[in-house]
Write a protein that binds this ligand. Structure first.
Ligand SMILES: [Fe+2]
Length: 385
């Protein structure tokens, strides 16, 4: 890495084969009873065996909870809490995509502090210490391994609650690119685009600072240089490692910088129409870049990001905005994620409700321009047909 790793919010154990270090590093936390939180897809992919072997070889008594669903709700969290109590867990491992890590983090809140997830919606609302948490991402996208936030959906409304606490952050994360090799191409594309969106949005928010920008730029360099390679050659472990690290660095940028309007626009699409998060973000992002880019400060920030990644542009702020938005649109086509929203179940009649929801999203408050529901309506209309 060419950045100062000591500034990372979570220590990263990175490289091919590092999964074998899971047991010794967990044992090094001084715990022995461990709950590994995952989903059935990950367990069917065969990644659990080496992880469990490593844990058992180091004296850990490990139990597996593999019932996490995509976009986990409080019901997933409560089932996980029951499993953790039943096992007498002293530590939690989130093993899988963002959903598994989010469910494990959510479980940690309720297990140690009681109450309901909605009690922790916001930042630093937990008063009691939490169990040690370890993250092992097997997708490369959310960057959840570097964040204090658990994203848990309300079981009824499906609105995502972002529950953040410094105590919920992982003690360390293991990034073994071999765990990402079995991702289906559609999953790799969606998570990859999500990571790209994290790098792009964090580079321009009102909360960005010199440290978060370093993460955003490094993430975008690695992601933009390798995302086509992993789609062309899924077995390319070197490119997979770069994408996995890029996604984590983008996640580290979110810790400080938060996200922007593409995520604010995507979340209601997921809640109302079930659109896959990465695809929804990817569809909305080019329009958001163009709209934000009408603001001079945001355009300059996009120019710095575009230059940092070495994407070609004419050297002007305006030219960088156009080049970046065009590159993002082309990426969506290249990854076969480009779809008119209408083909994903969105109708023109839904746009007022989607727009009102997007304008209320907390994440939108960090966007360089405060977008109104009318702005969001225009953004949705641009990609409806
Ligand atoms: Fe995202």
């Amino acid at each position: 890495m060419n950045l100062d790793a000591s500034n990372l919010p979570v220590p990263l154990v990175q490289g091919e084969g590092t999964l074998s270090q899971l047991g010794s590093r967990v044992a090094g936390l001084g715990v022995s009873r461990v709950l590994l939180v995952t989903d059935k897809g990950v367990s069917a992919a065969g990644h659990l065996e080496p992880a469990l072997d490593s844990l058992k070889a180091c004296g850990c008594d490990v139990s597996v909870f593999d019932n996490v669903h995509a976009n986990p709700t409080e019901l997933d969290v409560l089932a996980c809490v029951a499993a953790a109590k039943n096992h007498g867990a002293e530590a939690l491992i989130g093993f899988g995509g963002g959903s598994s890590m989010d469910a494990a983090k959510g479980c940690n809140f309720i297990l140690t502090n009681g109450g309901a997830m909605s009690d922790y919606w916001g930042v630093d609302k937990a008063t009691q210490p939490m169990l040690p948490f370890v993250a092992v991402p097997t997708t490369a996208g959310t960057g959840s391994e570097c964040q204090r936030f658990a994203l848990i959906s309300d079981s009824t409304t499906h609105r995502k609650m972002a529950c953040g606490d410094i105590k919920a952050r992982a003690r360390f994360a293991i990034l073994d690119p071999r765990t990402t090799l079995t991702q289906p191409p559609f999953v790799a594309a969606c998570t990859g685009v999500d990571a790209v969106a994290h790098a792009v949005e964090t580079a321009v928010t009102v909360k960005r600072n010199s440290q978060s920008l370093e993460f955003s730029y490094d993430a975008f360099r690695r992601l933009s240089a390798n995302i086509h390679a992993i789609m062309r050659d899924p077995g390319n472990v070197i490119a997979r490692a770069e994408i996995q690290l890029g996604a984590s660095l983008a996640g580290a940028a979110i810790e400080c910088s938060m996200l922007g309007a593409a995520h604010a626009a995507a979340n209601p699409l997921t809640a109302m129409c079930g659109t896959i998060h990465g695809q929804a973000v990817g569809i909305m992002l080019p329009g958001v870049v163009r709209l934000n880019g009408e603001d001079g400060d945001a355009a300059a920030a996009y120019r710095d990001l575009t230059a940092a990644a070495g994407l070609p542009f004419d050297g002007t702020d305006r030219g960088a905005v156009t080049a970046l938005a065009d590159w993002l649109s082309a990426l969506l086509h290249d990854l076969d994620l480009h779809r008119p929203l209408r083909t994903l179940g969105v109708t023109r009649e839904m746009i007022p409700r989607l727009s009102a929801g997007a304008a209320e999203e907390w994440t939108g408050t960090f966007n360089p321009r405060r977008l109104t529901s009318d702005d969001f309506a225009r953004l949705y209309s641009q990609v409806l047909d």
